[in-house]
Design a protein around this ligand. Structure first.
Ligand SMILES: [Zn+2]
Length: 361
């Protein structure tokens, strides 16, 4: 659960964040709008909305000190170097190749960095944050532009277009054959077992029950027979959930959960979907994972994985367990506590299910 990214440290630490970025014209201007390293060692970035960034770390060699850099789509106009202070030697803004922008932060020798713990977190569709170091000596903030600037007219328009488009998408849930399919939705935990407890006391059981109910409603509206394993705060063991689905001979089983990280780390966020066996289970997981990521920009894609959870292992039909985000994560928790986001997640899950039924059913 906390192993995220650790196996990806090779020579670089890659913090790949895949978003729904549009394909940009080759000569578009840089996606980097503003950056700032504050005196507590945190780098903040403001970019175009839903920009597709890539972050890297490389250990010092004969030529350079330890370096962290971020690549942005869009071309930088004026490459430049900015002198650092404290632990930072210098900051370079460059053009690694045409149509790209690279922000490089080079550290001084003997700066004690812990890149294994680094996580770049999307604060919003256009803002990013990563803690790079703990200043040993005083560090004076460096930056260009306003990272917290309110979006200008142009961006606001883009944003409302984005919203309109997504709302429109939601209304376009795929059609499936009426009264043909039956689906069991399983809201995780319940009753005396609240599941994960997150930032500000937000409880997994509440989040997943609400999401599940909306999924059920949306599926019903599409002529799918959808049933919940629990409708309220009751203590429901795992075997009855499985029995319910097997007995009903449901076409698919979808268990909905929210994550918590060990030690309640605020920097761990992301979505993942598990299946236990079969290409159908995997396909269902993929369809759902793709949709929930679309409504959670900036939150890492932890992928579609095989998992041995009781409810997906013992159900006889294609079955998945969805983790809709980390209640302990700074980015995810802030979203999961909002009813609008829970609704979006429900739409996304319903859409994934309907796409699957359309393809396989
Ligand atoms: Zn859970």
């Amino acid at each position: 659960m906390t192993k995220f990214l650790e196996n990806k440290l090779f020579r670089y630490l890659s913090v790949f964040l895949f978003l729904n970025s549009a394909i940009l014209p080759i000569k578009s201007s840089s996606d980097l709008a503003a950056w700032e390293i504050s005196n507590n060692g945190v780098l903040e970035l403001r970019t175009k909305s839903n920009s597709n960034l890539k972050a890297y770390f490389q250990k010092a060699n004969q030529i350079y000190g330890d370096r962290f850099w971020v690549d942005f789509p869009g071309e930088l106009k004026n490459p430049r170097t900015i002198k650092g202070n404290g632990s930072i030697k210098e900051i370079r803004l460059g053009k690694p190749n045409n149509g790209k922008t690279r922000l490089v932060i080079e550290f001084k020798e003997n700066t004690y960095l812990k890149p294994l713990t680094w996580r770049m977190v999307g604060l919003d569709q256009n803002r990013w944050r990563i803690k790079l170091f703990n200043p040993k000596y005083s560090f004076k903030k460096i930056g260009e532009g306003l990272v917290k600037k309110r979006e200008g007219n142009n961006q606001a328009n883009q944003n409302s277009n984005f919203k309109k488009k997504s709302n429109y998408d939601y209304l376009q849930l795929p059609k499936v054959k009426q009264n043909k399919f039956s689906v069991v939705i399983d809201p995780g935990h319940g009753g005396p077992d609240p599941g994960a407890i997150g930032v500000g006391g937000i409880r997994e059981t509440d989040v997943v029950l609400e999401v599940s109910k909306i999924v059920k409603k949306l599926l019903s509206e599409k002529g799918v027979k959808a049933r919940l394993t629990r409708k309220n705060e009751v203590d429901l063991d795992l075997p009855p959930r499985v029995y319910f689905a097997n007995n009903m001979d449901a076409d698919i089983f979808v268990s909905i959960h929210a994550n918590a990280s060990r030690g309640k780390r605020r920097d761990i966020n992301g979505l993942e979907t598990f299946y236990y066996r079969g290409w159908r289970g995997r396909l269902l997981a993929k369809k759902i994972q793709k949709q929930i990521l679309r409504v959670s920009p900036g939150s890492p894609d932890r992928g579609v994985k095989q998992g041995r959870f009781y409810v997906i292992k013992n159900t006889r039909m294609p079955a998945v367990l969805v983790e809709v985000g980390f209640l302990t994560g700074r980015l995810d928790a802030r979203r999961l506590e909002k009813a609008t986001h829970r609704k979006r997640l429900a739409y996304a899950i319903a859409k994934g299910i309907l796409e699957y039924l359309n393809k396989v059913g």
